[in-house]
Design a binder for this molecule. Structure first.
Ligand SMILES: NC(=O)c1ccc[n+]([C@@H]2O[C@H](COP(=O)([O-])OP(=O)(O)OC[C@H]3O[C@@H](n4cnc5c(N)ncnc54)[C@H](O)[C@@H]3O)[C@@H](O)[C@H]2O)c1
Length: 250
């Protein structure tokens, strides 16, 4: 098992990408802290993992609140004794224009989507550094972090921030043997903030279908496994090739 004896935290793990990532890390041997704002979702994913023979526990945490993050990391340490892997997956979108979005909404999107990967990484890195066993962090960005959009003003800004946050964290944590990378999804069958999966969601890419959560889970597994030990500070596009297409000339 690739991740035997390792402990992983996955945020926003109650459904879609976070759920499949939690389940895949667990089936590869990791004990998984299934972190979500929604207790029912977190507990259900953890119960599914345990029913399948894995190790997991649900943790309720609002990743937009620093105190919640500190408590959550302490609780995971108390439960599992160590943390080897962190997947910063939780995010919300605003779907607003610059004139529609309130300052409060802007701040909430930034807190959950950009500040939480920083704060969670800092809290978890402290435990990894103290234990001297290194670790792996994967941040979930988005193709929205590379392009402007007519809506989702705060989301695009936050996801762009996640890309460079990943590089700076990677540089600052490399001396501690903590590898930091990002994955960059585009149009998974269910838009951010929605539970329903629509396999017919219109997409423009080279594969001809929307992504599925497991496409991202597989990429995360690679980035936290030893097979990727020479890959640091990168952003792995898992987008069906859509960003290769020149807008207007596709
Ligand atoms: N779905 C897509 O098409 C797509 C495309 C590009 C990038 N992404 C990125 O992939 C990641 C996962 O997307 P998804 O579509 O699976 O998301 P989703 O909206 O389906 O699920 C997000 C989960 O995060 C939880 N959550 C929301 N706010 C939280 C908070 N404050 N604290 C803790 N948990 C919270 C929700 O309860 C939910 O279970 C996000 O970072 C998203 O930006 C998704």
């Amino acid at each position: 098992m690739k991740l035997a004896n390792q402990v992983a935290i996955v945020t926003g793990a109650g459904r879609n990408i976070g759920e499949d990532t939690s389940k895949l890390l667990a089936s590869n041997g990791a004990a998984v802290a299934v972190v979500d704002l929604d207790k029912g979702r977190a507990d259900k994913v953890a119960a599914d993992i345990v029913a399948a023979g894995g190790k997991a526990k649900g943790f309720v945490c609002d990743v937009g609140k620093e105190a919640d993050i500190q408590t959550c990391v302490a609780d995971v340490m108390a439960e599992f004794g160590r943390i080897d892997i962190l997947v910063n997956n939780a995010a919300i979108s605003d779907n607003k224009t610059m004139f529609d979005i309130t300052t409060e909404e802007w701040n909430r999107v930034l807190a959950i989507t950009l500040t939480s990967p920083f704060l969670f990484s800092r809290e978890v890195a402290k435990t990894m550094i103290a234990a001297k066993h290194g670790g792996k962090i994967v941040n979930v960005s988005s193709t929205s972090g590379y392009y402007g959009r007519d809506r989702a003003l705060a989301y695009t800004a936050a996801k762009g921030g996640v890309v460079n946050l990943t590089k700076s964290l990677a540089i600052q944590l490399a001396p501690h043997n903590i590898r930091v990378n990002a994955v960059v999804p585009n149009k998974i069958g269910s838009p951010v903030g929605k539970a329903e999966f629509d396999p017919t969601r219109p997409v423009l890419n080279l594969v001809g279908r929307p992504g599925v959560p497991m496409d991202l889970a597989n990429a995360v597994l690679f980035l936290v496994s030893d097979e990727s030990s020479f890959i640091v500070a990168t952003a792995l596009f898992v987008d069906g090739g859509c960003t290769a297409l020149m807008p207007g000339n596709a």
